[in-house]
Design a protein. Structure first.
Length: 257
């Protein structure tokens, strides 16, 4: 029998939380949590809403059976010329007024600085499943010119060529998860508060149609410059930020650009 595949251990991502974005994200998620978890509103279990510190854009996942593979991935990340990569993509962009909107829902909120910078706005709310039986809700990044998507695909290609990244056999979907029922205690199997009955082992699902309609144009963070690429370990850890409870992923390797 062939050996069982190693479960994902790490992931490559663009962290979304920094000094500029944290106040915006904290406010947005606080209002969202209070609204959707209220028994007078949608009654979603509060544990389903993700902590601020966990927000990121996943570019791909890794399955590292030993530290040797992690070391290889870390060295590869450090060797990439991210500034040049991004500048190359931006130099081939059409003029903003002539560009069709290719990703996300919104329009560009301001001009990008002349240097190779990556500015991200999260707008709207979508689901990976049928809205009537959803378990994950996410905020998509606005990507009017397709710059972000192209940059992320180039990064993924580098790790795939090195045979380090798991081939998930599906297109890249850039998303910042704001709600995931897997984190609800009892989120698999018997019914949890606000969820639907399911067979043991099935994910808790919610009817998210009303939530999606209400937050269709929600701006979670706007025009924030991000400048890091990280390899993180799966499984967020509890932490505190300014005395408040939060969670964050352990960073194994990180580069700035």
């Amino acid at each position: 029998m062939p050996p069982k595949p190693v479960a994902p251990t790490h992931f490559l991502c663009i962290p979304l939380v920094n000094a500029a974005s944290r106040p915006q994200l904290a406010q947005s998620l606080s209002v969202f949590r209070a609204d959707v978890s209220s028994p007078f509103s949608f009654g979603v279990p509060e544990d389903a809403i993700r902590p601020v510190g966990t927000l990121h854009l996943t570019l791909g996942v890794f399955s590292f059976p030993t530290d040797e593979e992690l070391d290889r991935a870390s060295e590869l990340l450090k060797s990439l010329r991210l500034r040049e990569m991004l500048a190359s993509i931006k130099s081939s962009e059409p003029e903003p007024e002539a560009a069709a909107e290719t990703k996300g829902k919104g329009k560009s909120t301001s001009e990008t600085p002349p240097e190779a910078a990556l500015m991200i706005t999260l707008r709207g709310l979508e689901t990976m499943q049928l809205p009537k039986r959803a378990s994950v809700l996410y905020a998509p990044p606005v990507d009017q010119l397709g710059t972000l998507y192209a940059f992320c695909e180039r990064l993924r290609a580098a790790f795939r060529e090195a045979e380090l990244m798991v081939d998930e056999k599906r297109p890249l979907l850039l998303h910042a998860t704001v709600l995931n029922t897997i984190y609800v205690k009892g989120g698999r199997g018997p019914r949890g508060k606000g969820g639907k009955h399911g067979k043991r082992g099935e994910k808790l699902t919610i009817d998210a149609r009303g939530i999606l309609d209400k937050y269709e144009d929600q701006v979670w963070m706007e025009n924030v410059r991000v400048g890091k690429i990280s390899i993180c370990r799966m499984g967020a850890k509890k932490t505190k930020v300014d005395g408040a409870e939060d969670e964050a992923y352990e960073v194994e390797a990180e580069v700035e650009f």
